[in-house]
Structures are given as C-alpha cells and as structure tokens.
Design a protein around this ligand. Structure first.
Ligand SMILES: [Zn+2]
Ligand SMILES: [Zn+2]
Length: 244
C-alpha cells in the first residue's frame, strides 16, 4: 500500500507548499484524503493520472481541503474524460457545499451535471463505514465552531492509517492512534497555541503516548517551517511517498 503526499502545506501555501491532499493506493483502489485547491497540480507534478482516484474522503469543508474538487471535475470532463463512478464522502453538508463550489467556479458546466456517475456519502461521526473496500472510522475533531470537522481512522490493504484532518490537540488522537501503521497529523503552528490546530510542542510532548508505528507531520505552517531546525519528528513534504 502506498501513500503519496500530494500537498503537505497549510491554507496559506506556506513555503510554497501545496494544500492538503493524500492519495492512498491499495488493492487496486485509489482513495484521496482531502482535495485542497492544488490537488490536480500535485497529481500532474507527480505524473499520477487523475483517474486513479475512486473515492474522495473530505475531512472538513475548508477550501484548502475540498476546494480542488471542481478542477478534478474539469479534468474528468475535458482532459481525461471519465466514465467510472466517483464517490465523494465527507462530513454533513458535503454534497451541498461541493455542488455550490462547482457552480460558483464553473456555473454552466456544473448546470450540465457530470458525464460520470457522481455520488455522495455524508459520515456520521463515530459510525464506522466501509466504502469501496476501505473501512472508515470518522470521528469529530475540534476545529470549527459549528460545522463538523472529521478525523479518519482508515483501514485498507491490511494497513491502518490515522489522519487528523485539521484539529486542535485532543485525547482522541491518542486513542485512535493505537495499533496504526501510520499517523498523518496536522502541525500548523510552533509558538502559537490554539484550540483548533496542533502545535509542534504539543505533538512532540505527546509522541511517546501515540500508538502509531510511524508519525508524519503535515499541513505544515509558516511557524514550523521557520523553526524546522528544532523539529525532531518526521515531516511530510510535497511528493513524499510512504510505502507500508
Ligand atoms: Zn487546513
Ligand atoms: Zn481547516
């Protein structure tokens, strides 16, 4: 099973990094975790055909996590016409927001509908679900005031990945990390302490409690980049390939 980091940056593209997106390939399936605005750019930069994606799981409806979907639809319409179905899963409200996004960006195209079967599934936090052979445990994380943000524990190809999405530090990350092969954890800040993003000192202090075999920090913000010399944990970069 292979995880390719298409984008390891934050919403501000700090350090010139692309926004959040991770492609998991296992058992002939392509599962995209998040689809920031630069996802198609990442796929093309890494020579990965966009049709590899069967399923997109969105952690939350912020632009740096779902804003790239409209460009994928464009690619699947004109550059690499798609016929196979695409399933987009995410927190409650995903279908409405994705359709509104596409309509705002390409109104006439959106009005025509997609040439491929497009379906949506909206997760309920805490309720496990298998989609396309991939077992998801979605859990709510602290990041937005009203809208639901999700983290995912994902099992596919005999491996288990924990993905934090965007979130403040919370003890659920300890619980869900137990027995995982990989934990992709956001790390937006260094000196700033907030309740809605993880800082490097927080995750470093908790590393010994995490039950993951490998921890990779991502969604790297400016503060972390500026103090990279003090960072002792593995950090993702655009194009990082993780074989499990
Ligand atoms: Zn973000
Ligand atoms: Zn966010």
């Amino acid at each position: 099973m292979r995880v390719t980091v298409l984008g390891a940056g934050d919403a501000f593209s700090s350090g010139g990094r692309r926004q959040s997106s991770y492609l998991i390939e296992a058992q002939g399936q392509g599962v995209l975790l998040d689809c920031g605005t630069t996802t198609l750019l990442g796929l093309k930069a890494l020579n990965i055909p966009a049709e590899r994606i069967d399923l997109v799981a969105i952690s939350h409806l912020h632009g740096d996590h779902f804003g790239g979907l409209s460009f994928l639809f464009l690619e699947y319409t004109y550059e690499n016409p798609r016929t196979k179905p695409l399933l987009i899963a995410g927190p409650p409200g995903t279908e409405e927001r994705v359709r509104a996004l596409h309509s705002a960006m390409y109104r006439e195209l959106a009005a025509r509908g997609t040439s491929f079967p497009l379906s949506f599934y909206e997760f309920t936090p805490g309720q496990p679900l298998t989609l396309e052979g991939c077992e998801f445990l979605p859990f709510q994380v602290p990041h937005q005031e009203k809208d639901i943000s999700l983290g995912y524990r994902v099992r596919i190809g005999g491996k288990t990945i924990l993905y934090s999405g965007d979130c403040g530090w919370n003890e659920d990350l300890i619980t869900h990390s137990q027995g995982t092969d990989l934990f992709i954890c956001e790390c937006c800040y260094f000196s700033s302490q907030t309740t809605f993003h993880v800082s490097y000192p927080q995750i470093a202090a908790q590393r010994h409690r995490l039950g993951c075999k490998r921890l990779v920090l991502s969604h790297i913000g400016r503060e972390v980049l500026e103090r990279m010399g003090e960072v002792a944990l593995e950090c993702a970069h655009d194009g990082l390939v993780i074989d499990l």
